[in-house]
Design a binder for this molecule. Structure first.
Ligand SMILES: *Cc1c(COP(=O)(O)O)cnc(C)c1O
Length: 228
């Protein structure tokens, strides 16, 4: 891996190529730089290279980093599993939450979103891999959750998110991302127009872009491998 600046440049070329191949522009695709496990200094380094949107999946680690970097104008996206007792710090420190899969969590985030802050931008996480994955609502269950979220004034439903089970098979990658896009179209037909498809990571972002991703969540390709 090169420096973070070089990695970001490489990522932008990859995205531009993938977008051009399907008649899209990569300008319309947001990169959420997934900084989990990396220190605040690495986030600052990415910011200096032009990246301002970051994703984290652990509340405690994220809040420490967000506080440390509060003088930079960064946008923070929560992309991890949400425990009911962690909804307050999430609602207080993040602008986006990608991983809503239960009404109870949405209600708690709504209650905890501070007065005077803009609504929390949220996505419903959908399980597009069937038995292989447990996270996200099953396809078909998204409509009830969308209805519930639309009644919560401190949340704004923006779209859908998926983390398909990893597979090296590009055709299978595309089928799963296509399913998420179809679910988004179905919600639009039922009166929930959404503008966000959060899908694609370091290893499958080409397939996601081909199927209409508007946000990709990229860690390794920017920051390098994580220590487990
Ligand atoms: C870690 C993580 C990513 C980034 O994965 P990479 O393969 O490192 O790009 C994306 N989305 C979620 C939800 C993650 O937890």
């Amino acid at each position: 891996m090169g420096t973070i600046a070089a990695n970001l440049q490489g990522l932008r070329s990859r995205m531009a190529l993938a977008a051009r191949a399907c008649g899209r522009s990569s300008e319309e695709i947001v990169v959420v730089a997934v900084s989990k496990t990396f220190a605040a200094e690495r986030v600052a380094e990415a910011h200096a290279a032009g990246q301002s949107t970051f994703g984290e999946n652990r509340v405690q680690e994220a809040v420490t980093k967000i506080t440390e970097l509060s003088d930079l104008a960064l946008e923070w996206h929560f992309i991890g599993p949400i425990q009911a007792n962690k909804t307050r710090p999430i609602a207080e420190h993040f602008q986006w939450v990608h991983t809503i899969e239960r009404e109870k969590i949405a209600v708690r985030l709504n209650e905890a979103r501070p007065e005077g802050s803009p609504p929390l931008e949220v996505c419903i996480q959908v399980n597009v891999s069937g038995e292989a994955s447990k996270s996200g609502v099953a396809p078909g269950e998204e409509i009830a959750l969308a209805q519930a979220i639309s009644r919560l004034p401190r949340l704004r439903l923006r779209g859908l998110m998926a983390i398909p089970e990893p597979t090296p098979d590009p055709a299978l990658q595309r089928r799963r991302f296509a399913l998420l896009r179809k679910i988004k179209d179905r919600l639009a037909a039922q009166g929930y127009p959404l503008d966000t498809l959060s899908m694609g990571m370091s290893d499958d972002l080409e397939a996601a872009i081909a199927e209409g991703a508007t946000m990709v969540r990229v860690g390794t390709a920017i920051f390098g491998p994580r220590n487990r």
